[in-house]
Ligand binder design. Structure first.
Ligand SMILES: Nc1ncnc2c1ncn2[C@@H]1O[C@H](COP(=O)(O)OP(=O)(O)OP(=O)(O)O)[C@@H](O)[C@H]1O
Ligand SMILES: [Mg+2]
Length: 281
C-alpha cells in the first residue's frame, strides 16, 4: 500500500474542495507578505467570501500580532487533543477565520495515525466550507515553505524593487517550476516608490522567467510605499481598516477583487491539506 493510501483518509478522495488556496510567499524576508495576506483576506471577507487565513510561518509568524488577536492555541493543541478545530480558529475582522501556528503540521510526524487522519479530515472540511484559504508563509525556500506553495492553487510572490528581493523572488519561482508546480504564479511588487518603478520591476522579472524558465508570471499589481501602512502596523490594525480611503487600501482592494473573481468552485480530489501532508511525509 502506498504512502498516500495510508495517510489520506478516504474522505479527501471523494470530497469537493471548494476553497481556492493562495500562498503568499517571497524569497526575501520583510517584503510585506503578512500585511498583504491579512489585508487581502479582509477585503475578500468584506465582499462576502468565507476566508481562512493560515499563519504558516514556522518561527516568526506574526499574523496574530498584525491582526491583534491572542493566539494562545494553534494546530499543535488540536493535534494533542486539547482543543477542537473550532477552538483554534480565531475570528478576525470582517469574519476572517485565522489559524495560527501551522508549524504544528510539522509535528505530524510524531503523532499517531488516528490524530493525523482527524486533522486532515477537519482541515479538509474547512476547505470545503470556505471560499479562500490564504497562507502566509515564512521567507526563504525551506522545505516547508515550498511544500505549502506547491500545495496551493495560486502562489502570490511578493517582491520589492530591490535587486536582492527580485533575485530571491526569482529563486522561489525557479524552485516552484523545478518542482513542477502546476498552479498560477503571480507577482506583486510592494513598497514601490512609484507605480512606474513597480511596473518596471514586474516586467524585468516576468521577462527573465519567460526567457529562462519558459513560464508566464501573472501581474498581480504594484503597491506603493506608504507611511500609513507602517502606522497601521504600529496600531496592530490592517491598513484597509485603519486607513480605508488611502491609495494603498484601494490597491489592496483592487488586488483582492481580481483574485476574488478567480474563486469559482472547483473540484479537487486531494485538496490543499492532503497535498501538504503528502509533501511532509
Ligand atoms: N507598502 C508598504 N509601505 C510601507 N511600508 C511597508 C509596506 N509593506 C510593508 N511595509 C513595511 O514592511 C514591514 C514588514 O512587512 P511584513 O511583516 O508584512 O513583511 P513579511 O514579508 O511578512 O516579513 P517576514 O518575512 O518577516 O514574514 C511592515 O511592518 C511595514 O513596516
Ligand atoms: Mg510575515
Amino acid at each position: 500500500m502506498g504512502k498516500e493510501a495510508l495517510y489520506l483518509p478516504q474522505i479527501t478522495r471523494t470530497q469537493r474542495c471548494r476553497a481556492q488556496v493562495l500562498a503568499v510567499t517571497s524569497g526575501k524576508g520583510g517584503v510585506g507578505k503578512t500585511n498583504i495576506a491579512a489585508n487581502l483576506g479582509i477585503c475578500l471577507a468584506a465582499s462576502h467570501k468565507k476566508v481562512v487565513l493560515v499563519d504558516a510561518d514556522m518561527s516568526l509568524g506574526n499574523l496574530d500580532v498584525l491582526m491583534n488577536i491572542n493566539s494562545k492555541y494553534n494546530i499543535s493543541h488540536m493535534l494533542s487533543g486539547q482543543k477542537s478545530i473550532e477552538e483554534i480558529i480565531h475570528v478576525g475582522p470582517e469574519g476572517t477565520e485565522i489559524i495560527c501556528g501551522a508549524s504544528g503540521i510539522e509535528s505530524l510526524a510524531e503523532v499517531g495515525e488516528f490524530q493525523r487522519h482527524r486533522l486532515l479530515a477537519e482541515l479538509t472540511r474547512l476547505q470545503r466550507d470556505s471560499d479562500a484559504i490564504i497562507i502566509d508563509t515564512a521567507a526563504g525556500i525551506s522545505r516547508s515553505v515550498v511544500g505549502f506553495c506547491l500545495a496551493a492553487d495560486h502562489v502570490l510572490v511578493v517582491t520589492t524593487c530591490e535587486a536582492t528581493a527580485m533575485t530571491d523572488a526569482y529563486g522561489m519561482i525557479k524552485v516552484l517550476v523545478g518542482n513542477r508546480f502546476d498552479g498560477r504564479i503571480s507577482l506583486v511588487v510592494n513598497m514601490a516608490e512609484t507605480i512606474a518603478a513597480g511596473r518596471k520591476t514586474y516586467q524585468q522579472l516576468a521577462q527573465v522567467a519567460r526567457r529562462f524558465l519558459d513560464i508566464h508570471v501573472y501581474d498581480a499589481g504594484v503597491l506603493v510605499k506608504d507611511e500609513r501602512l507602517r502606522s497601521a502596523v504600529r496600531k496592530r490594525t490592517p491598513v484597509v481598516l485603519a486607513y480605508p480611503k488611502s491609495q494603498i487600501s484601494a490597491s489592496l482592494a483592487a488586488l483582492a477583487s481580481r483574485l476574488g473573481n478567480g474563486l469559482a468552485a472547483q473540484t479537487d480530489d486531494v485538496g490543499f491539506f492532503g497535498k501538504v501532508v503528502n509533501w511532509f511525509f
